[in-house]
Ligand binder design. Structure first.
Ligand code: HEM
Ligand code: HEM
Length: 234
């Protein structure tokens, strides 16, 4: 079938596609990490803080997004780390687009590790359900504000940049045509889900999601951090 042959052929149109085992495992792990797990985890963190069936604000602090985000981001960063070790040991110094892919790829790995480090150092929680009332998050200390700005900003920038790094990887490896096409369709589906959930007002302020809208909570007296974040009350 001509269409199937066309889809299975490499991007360059060459008759065969050769790739070393380390490079194919590098590609699989990077697509798993940056193509699937990390963007899904970022979407869960943004849109699943309050679920429609939960009866918020009667029931506060739904832990779904928190568990999902940690499992997805830890697994994504783990896949990325194994993937980059394979590339580091296997690659033999590159030029041109391969060099660009390598430099941008290392920068993206640094961003991924920095996200985990920043999250581990984000400070204490506090609030009525914690052991102590005072805490970085409940009080929205300067440290917490810095964490939220940096973690959200770097996180989304990295997710967007990973599209370019993966696309470069496909070109450098002269991947079969169906691969970038399938991933492109997946990214379009993710972008569509982002737009639909954002329009429905599903990006709800973390602070109110956890502690509710009462103005006695200190964080409800300052604006929420980030673009397009909805605060249902106040
Ligand atoms: C593995 C440990 C991680 C922990 C404990 C963690 C924790 C958090 C927390 C607490 C928030 C909510 C911030 C807020 O709304 O106030 C958040 C949001 C976010 N995280 Fe992580 N994170 C981790 C890893 C990552 C990684 C590796 C990425 C890389 C892409 C990432 C990307 C994001 C993004 C983009 C958001 C913002 C979503 C939005 O727009 O609301 N996180 N994370
Ligand atoms: C966001 C995902 C990716 C990241 C972060 C990434 C990162 C890297 C890094 C850092 C290197 C250079 C290692 C070194 O020389 O020190 C590299 C090399 C390479 N990557 Fe990726 N990569 C990603 C996705 C992909 C994909 C999807 C493919 C193929 C389909 C791919 C194919 C390659 C190849 C063939 C090399 C060797 C280049 C050469 O030296 O000739 N990468 N990658």
């Amino acid at each position: 079938m001509p269409l199937l042959d066309w889809l299975l052929a490499p991007l360059s149109g060459a008759p065969t596609h050769e790739i070393t085992p380390w490079a194919s495992w590098h590609a699989r792990l990077m697509v798993l990490g940056w193509g699937l797990l990390l963007p899904l985890g970022a979407l869960m963190a943004r849109f699943c803080k309050v679920m429609p069936s939960q009866g918020w604000p009667r029931r506060l602090d739904n832990p779904l997004w928190w568990h999902a985000h940690r499992v997805l981001q830890w697994s994504g960063v783990l896949a990325m780390t194994v993937g980059v070790v394979l590339a580091w040991r296997g690659a033999q110094g590159a030029a041109g687009l391969a060099r660009l892919h390598a430099v941008a790829g290392w920068a993206l790995c640094l961003a991924g590790w920095a996200q985990v480090a920043g999250a581990l150092l984000r400070g204490s929680k506090g609030g009525p359900t914690d052991r102590q009332m005072r805490g970085d998050h409940y009080d929205m200390t300067r440290w917490r504000l810095f964490f939220e700005r940096a973690h959200k900003g770097i996180g989304w920038l990295a997710v967007i940049a990973s599209i370019g790094v993966i696309a470069l990887g496909f070109v450098v490896a002269d991947a079969p045509r169906w691969m970038p096409l399938a991933l492109g369709a997946w990214w379009l589906a993710l972008a569509g889900a982002f737009a639909a959930l954002q329009r429905r007002g599903r990006c709800i302020d973390t602070y109110q999601a956890i502690w509710g809208p009462d103005p006695m909570h200190p964080g409800n007296r300052i604006p929420p951090v980030g673009w397009g974040v909805r605060r249902p009350f106040g």
